[in-house]
Design a protein around this ligand. Structure first.
Ligand code: XIL
Length: 376
């Protein structure tokens, strides 16, 4: 804020000076503070965009997205069930719009996601034969990653391949090809788009058993000679878990593999956790009851303050390790957009993000911005 105030004072002084001296009207060049400008020397600041946002339906949100974020991830429209709904059908209309929007706003695009067991195009489930699976994966990755090669910044090549206990998830890919499907995915992506940074992305990445499993898997991918540039920690977290220590240990252990670390889907759930659903397995949904949905009429100030503190602590940690962190992406623009209103229980009122339902910055936004302002 100090830099902004100084700029305003200097601008007013300049106008006064020029209008007295030369009787000309000076143009006030306003420097609008934003997340992306504040953190531009640290890491990219991203947001997931839904279909309405990619279609630029709301002028207030259009401006907010252009102003605050310099990396866009499609929340859904690049998942296989949408982009490749049948064996010989690709649907590029919405992804193309996302790239056009990013180009217009000078933002990067992070691709989400090539190989994922969930929101998976149904034809993959019918494949039982390994030759057929290799050919389907090759076609899928070549066609999609090839189309955006040179335009796209980074891909989530494989999403959520590891279970909480560290074992490999029994997806259709593992069942048909065994663990070879992992290096194969990275090799295919590198061939289709040699410039893109290639990531492995997952939730609950701070749990010890899962972390070990992910590290072992990434080492095997590296040993196979495949290129893997980064690890994405989704960051679907809560007000008091995981702990900052667990998050820091995880960032350090992943970075020690010689890869970048990204916080890829950050949101902080402020609601009670029904049936203690851990992580972000989207097949788990809990029944909703009144007790589980306490803030329908607004967020109590105490929780709003706790949320701001949580975001402040997290961004302080991310700044401490900014040499290892490439990008921090929020999973949605405003609280109304957040998938956490419907997960793990449907139809609740959650407050996970930095902007409220009217696109106004919350205390959490101010606390994240203040971390940079105080340093100037
Ligand atoms: C979520 C979307 O936000 C929802 O709109 C959709 O209904 C389900 O998927 N991990 C991921 C994301 O990698 O793609 C998921 O996104 C959230 C969990």
């Amino acid at each position: 804020m100090k830099a902004f105030k100084t700029l305003v004072v200097l601008t007013i002084a300049l106008i006064t000076y020029t209008s007295c001296k030369e009787k000309t009207v000076a143009v006030v060049e306003e420097e609008i503070p934003s997340l992306k400008a504040s953190y531009e020397n640290d890491f990219l600041i991203g947001s997931a965009l839904n279909g309405r946002q990619i279609n630029e339906e709301d002028s207030v949100q259009n401006a907010l997205i252009a102003r605050e974020f310099n990396s866009y991830t499609a929340e859904n429209i690049m998942k296989s069930m949408h982009i490749h709904p049948a064996k010989d059908t690709f649907n590029f209309e919405m992804p193309d719009k996302l790239f056009a929007l990013a180009e217009k706003n000078g933002a990067k695009v992070h691709g989400h996601t090539l190989i994922w067991h969930s929101q998976l195009s149904s034809f993959f489930y019918g494949i039982k034969d390994s030759t057929e699976m290799v050919s389907a994966m090759t076609d899928h990755i070549n066609t999609i990653a090839g189309r955006y090669a040179g335009k796209l910044d980074s891909w989530d090549v494989v999403n959520e391949a590891v279970e909480g206990d560290g074992s490999l998830r029994k997806s259709v890919f593992l069942n048909v090809l065994g663990e070879d499907y992992l290096p194969l995915s990275f090799k295919l992506a590198a061939a289709a788009d040699p410039q893109a940074d290639l990531y492995y992305n997952d939730y609950s990445m701070t749990g010890e058993a899962k972390r070990k499993g992910v590290i072992e898997m990434v080492k095997k991918i590296q040993e196979s000679g495949a290129k893997i540039d980064g690890i994405g920690m989704q960051g679907h977290w809560h007000l008091d878990s995981p702990s900052l220590e667990e998050i820091e240990t995880s960032i350090l252990e992943y970075a020690a593999l010689g890869v970048k670390v990204a916080i890829t889907e950050l949101d902080i759930d402020v609601l009670p956790n029904p049936r203690n659903v851990e992580g972000a397995d989207i097949s788990q949904r809990a029944e909703i009851d009144a007790q589980n949905n306490p803030y329908v009429n607004g967020l109590p100030d105490s929780i709003n303050v706790a949320l701001a503190k949580r975001y402040e602590d997290l961004f302080k940690l991310f700044l401490k390790h900014s040499d290892k962190i490439s990008r921090v992406t929020l999973w949605g623009v405003n609280d109304g957009d957040s998938w956490k209103n419907n997960f793990p229980a449907r139809g609740r009122t959650n407050y996970c993000l930095l902007f409220d339902r009217n696109n106004q910055p919350k205390k959490a936004y101010e606390s994240v911005m203040a971390l940079k302002e105080n340093k100037e």
